[in-house]
Design a protein around this ligand. Structure first.
Ligand SMILES: C[S@@+](CC[C@H](N)C(=O)[O-])C[C@H]1O[C@@H](n2cnc3c(N)ncnc32)[C@H](O)[C@@H]1O
Length: 234
């Protein structure tokens, strides 16, 4: 019992340390990581650059580290069909398309029609763009119209609506399929009482609780970037 307590205190200290490091990972460590992982394909580099120059809120784009993670996940799963909620400028769609089967397709939904031209131009920068079907509209309206099962779903739209998205996509994911949800730690706000009235924080806390309480799902939350939940439908 004593040994167990010691382990618990040690593990706890480690978690606190990791959380602190993550919060102030700082540019040096991120630079180090990015210089030791696979390079961003040229098309994605261009999208990152153009998004920062031309589009509001460029920080919404997944970026090098998370993008390589999504590409790696997709390669591991080898999906035939991927669904994405929240395209923005198409960066994460092209990352996940890297793992698609030869005849695979990725359906991505974006409700901001002002982004349509940019998204289509960005997708055309890569041959993988041909595998991406863009739907302009509200994910809450579009998802129920989609036919067929998906092997992998990436939820990255309005943080207040994550619970609704989960309900909508649940039956669209095949048994043994994967749901990845972005921003589920929300810069640590999910565990910070100062944000008890913040709607996005509340939306994400409700989502994390819902996933945790659903015994049809298993999940892990990774402290990559802003928190990435990897969820498997049993
Ligand atoms: C964080 S960005 C997506 C970033 C992108 N997945 C990436 O990693 O490069 C969120 C996007 O979701 C879109 N969005 C928000 N609510 C939506 C909804 N209900 N339906 C479809 N898109 C939505 C926003 O317009 C925004 O472009």
């Amino acid at each position: 019992m004593q040994n167990y307590n010691f382990f618990w205190i040690f593990a706890r200290k480690n978690v606190i340390l990791q959380a602190k490091c993550q919060k102030k990972m700082g540019i040096e460590l991120l630079d180090y990581i990015e210089s030791h992982i696979s390079a961003e394909p040229e098309a994605l580099r261009r999208i990152t650059h153009d998004t920062h120059v031309n589009v509001l809120n460029p920080h919404m784009l997944s970026g090098h580290l998370q993008g390589r993670f999504l590409a790696m996940m997709s390669r591991m799963i080898g999906p035939k069909r991927i669904l994405e909620l929240g395209t923005f400028t198409g960066y994460s769609a092209l990352c996940m398309a890297e793992g698609l089967a030869e005849d695979g397709v990725l359906v991505t939904i974006e409700h901001n029609d002002e982004l349509e031209e940019t998204i289509r131009a960005n997708l055309s920068l890569s041959p993988l763009g041909r595998k991406v079907e863009l739907r302009i509209g509200d994910a809450k309206q579009v998802v129920p119209t989609l036919e067929g099962a998906f092997d992998m779903v990436f939820i990255d739209a309005d943080k207040r609506e994550y619970c609704e998205y989960l309900d909508l996509v649940f039956d669209k994911v095949r048994a043994g399929g994967w749901i990845i949800a972005d921003n589920t730690l929300w810069d640590g706000h999910v565990a910070d009482a100062k944000y008890d009235r913040d709607k996005q924080t509340l939306g994400l806390r409700a989502f994390n609780d819902k996933v945790h309480d659903d015994n049809r799902l298993e999940n892990v939350i990774l402290p990559i970037r802003d928190g990435l939940s990897i969820i498997r439908k049993k």
